[in-house]
Design a binder for this molecule. Structure first.
Ligand code: ZN
Ligand code: ZN
Length: 177
């Protein structure tokens, strides 16, 4: 699949917004820096330091998705993504900013979004190569049935409570029934 356009990314996200625009720029800068294209499998991994709108650009444009397991979320609240190519062993850290944004754009979401999309990349993204440990590959785990609700649970998520193996909601259930 060739690189999705911003408009196609809006189709995935649901709306156009400054957060998606900067996420799109950060993701495309990173892919260019790594010489990478959209990941069909786990050849590319992303570590994102926030869970805001822009992460949908990471998922849609870079193919680093929650479901495939090549998207790692760190709850740091920072506009930073780190991409790692398993093919080349190279990593790039991208930081979104608005350094060159003209006065007065900040309060106008549509114009702000447009500026973020079309500004020179140096005005909206800083990036540098980094050496990082490869993020762990997604793993498949066996599953078993919760002794209380009977629903299937990944084995690594079962908890032993009073000699019974329970899912998290059942283990944390404090009802007396
Ligand atoms: Zn949004
Ligand atoms: Zn249960």
């Amino acid at each position: 699949m060739s690189r999705p356009s911003y408009e196609e990314t809006v189709g995935f996200h649901g709306h156009s917004c400054p957060g998606l625009a900067i996420g799109y720029r950060m993701t495309t800068v990173a892919l260019d820096a790594l010489g990478a294209s959209r990941a069909d499998d786990e050849e590319l991994a992303a570590i994102v330091e926030n869970d805001a709108c822009g992460v949908d650009a990471v998922q849609f444009v870079a193919g680093c998705t929650f479901g495939k397991g090549n998207l790692v979320f760190l709850d740091y609240g920072k506009p930073v993504y780190t991409f790692f190519s398993r093919t080349t062993g190279r990593g790039v850290r991208v930081l979104g900013h608005r350094r060159g944004m003209p006065e007065g754009l900040r309060d106008d979401r549509a114009r702000c979004t447009d500026w973020l999309l079309h500004a020179p990349k140096e005005d909206v993204v800083s990036w540098r190569e980094v050496r990082i440990e490869p993020p762990p590959m997604a793993r498949l785990h066996g599953s078993a049935l919760c002794a209380a609700c009977g629903e299937r649970v990944m084995e690594t998520r079962l908890r032993e409570v009073g000699g019974r193996s329970l899912c998290t909601p059942c283990a944390e259930d404090t009802r007396d029934d």
